[in-house]
Design a protein around this ligand. Structure first.
Ligand code: NAD
Length: 482
């Protein structure tokens, strides 16, 4: 078992209290341990962040960009080791973990470029000999709280724009998957990030929540995770002037219209539903199919599910790894059981693999449910596992109504050859991310990203949009006449 230290004030340290990290492919022995920080360590992390911010906000954007570019290079050089650790703590396949590590490097590189640009606009001024502009400035200290499903790119998606804009950060990674965030911290530290600019508090969310949120120093909190925790954070910050960004749950739908390329649709739905064993906020979980092609599409989708090879993420032949924890596995199996009690039919999966060698892991077979109706919980509630719920509809309008029949609004896709239907869908689906003839997941670092309704908050992540969250606007009028 590896023992890891965490980073605060430019030093790597441990406290003597530990959190064990388990491999969801085989839970029997812990694979690593990280410090379980307490409230006093959190306060110290904010002390360090104050010092870090004082220096970083005055650091030239070109120097910030250089450090971020070097950190990206280090992530790429270390990709094999990072992908192994990521797969071991979270369960995803090596291919998925490698892709995640390279995308984290992309985030740093993209925002290193953005950092050089400066953010502001020259505007007219009615006063003679006066020139006015508004400029974007860093906020100060940002608290970032991230989940276990993408434990490397979620911190990278937040830290890259945060640091590029000149803020300091306190990062609280998910309790189950802290190694990935520590790899990111190490790359930034080794690239020369000044002390205190990034401080990582490995600890149990529920135990250090008070110290994280009651401290008056963070100017903003960016959170990705469940609606339950996100709503608690929003409530805790309600009477403060702290900016809040929440990327929360989803119940993403893919629509297959009668004129669609059905094999392409089946491949895309399987990819969006079963990659990372369905544990992606943008995973497709509802599939809405026009009646004339329902049977043909379902047969193609079942063939895609049957072709998956479930196993440990580190085995090169595996195409779907385990769920991230026993808690997650049991929750998914119980959601399927409830769906069946409420009238859904299991077309495939819905259980653990029979293979005894997988008996100590958190596996669930890829699952497709038919006869799903809007009154069933499986239609409304996020499952966050490899489960697709199929519903049949009789028209485009009914399909759009079905997509919008959700408290969530993260991502939706349509498969059609009709350009008009594609555009109407993009206009009418109440989601922040719309895909036509491609998957609900898979957005690039420069694409603005985030959900509507209960999936999100007014601030998007990614692209230049992300800078709205991480900066404040100052207006400057300069009179240069006599
Ligand atoms: P979670 O809400 O349980 O935990 C997220 C983070 O919050 C973890 O670091 C956890 O330790 C911390 N936390 C828990 N309780 C806390 C508290 N009281 N105070 C402060 N921090 C606390 O979420 P999860 O189970 O790790 O992640 C899965 C969820 O994340 C799913 O709902 C998924 O849809 C969502 N998600 C959303 C997006 C998006 O962009 N919309 C992306 C990925 C995941």
């Amino acid at each position: 078992m590896r023992t890891l230290e965490t980073l605060s004030g430019g030093e790597w340290f441990a406290t003597g209290e530990w959190i064990d990290v388990h491999d969801p492919a085989d839970l029997r022995t812990p694979v690593a341990r990280v410090p379980a920080l307490g409230a006093a360590d959190v306060t110290r992390a904010y002390d360090h962040a104050e010092q870090g911010f004082a220096r970083w906000k005055r650091t030239s954007p070109f120097e910030r960009a250089r450090i971020m570019t070097d950190a990206a290079r280090l992530l790429r050089e270390r990709v094999t080791r990072i992908a192994e650790d990521l797969s071991t703590e979270m369960g995803k396949t090596l291919a998925e973990a490698t892709g995640e590590a390279l995308k984290a490097a992309d985030f740093l590189e993209y925002y290193a470029g953005v950092a050089r640009q400066g953010y502001g606009t020259l505007v007219h001024d009615i006063r003679p000999d006066t020139r006015t502009h508004h400029q974007r400035e860093p906020l100060g200290i940002v608290l970032a709280i991230t989940p276990w499903n993408d434990p490397l790119i979620t911190p990278a998606r937040k830290l890259a724009p945060c640091l590029a804009a000149g803020n300091a950060a306190v990062l609280k990674p998910a309790t189950d998957t802290p190694q990935a965030a520590l790899h990111l911290a190490r790359a930034l530290h080794d690239a020369g990030l000044p002390a205190g600019v990034l401080n990582v508090v490995t600890g149990r969310g529920s135990e250090i929540s008070g110290a994280l949120l009651r401290d008056p120093r963070p100017a903003a909190v960016t959170f990705t995770g469940s609606n339950e925790v996100g709503e608690g954070l929003r409530a805790a910050l309600a009477h403060t002037n702290v900016r809040f960004q929440g990327e929360l749950g989803g119940k993403n739908a893919t629509v297959v219209l009668a004129d669609a390329d059905l094999p392409a649709a089946a491949r895309a739905v399987a990819a969006a539903g079963f990659a990372q064993a369905g544990q992606r906020c943008t995973a497709t979980s509802r599939v809405i199919v026009e009646r004339p092609v329902y049977e043909e599409f379902t047969a193609l989708l079942l063939a895609e599910a049957a072709a998956l090879r479930v196993g440990p993420g580190r085995d090169p032949g595996t195409t779907m790894g385990p769920l991230a924890s026993a808690r997650q596995r049991d929750s998914v199996l119980s959601d399927v059981e409830r769906a069946v009690k409420q009238g859904a039919a299991v077309l495939t999966g819905g259980d653990r693999p029979a293979d005894e060698t997988l008996g100590h892991g958190c596996y669930v077979n890829p699952t497709v449910l038919g006869e799903v109706t809007p009154d069933q919980d499986i239609w409304r509630e996020e499952v966050f596992g490899p489960v697709l719920a199929l519903r049949v509809v009789d028209s485009f309008e009914e399909a759009v109504d079905a997509v919008n029949d959700s408290v969530f609004g993260l991502a939706a896709a349509v498969f059609t050859r009709d350009l008009g239907a594609a555009h109407r869908f993009a206009d009418e689906a109440e989601c922040g991310q719309i895909a036509v003839n491609t998957t609900t997941s898979g957005w690039d670092v420069h694409h603005p990203f985030g959900g509507f309704r209960d999936s999100g908050s007014p601030f998007k992540e990614q692209g230049e949009e992300a800078l709205r969250f991480y900066t404040r606007v100052k207006t400057v009028a300069i009179h240069f006449g006599a």
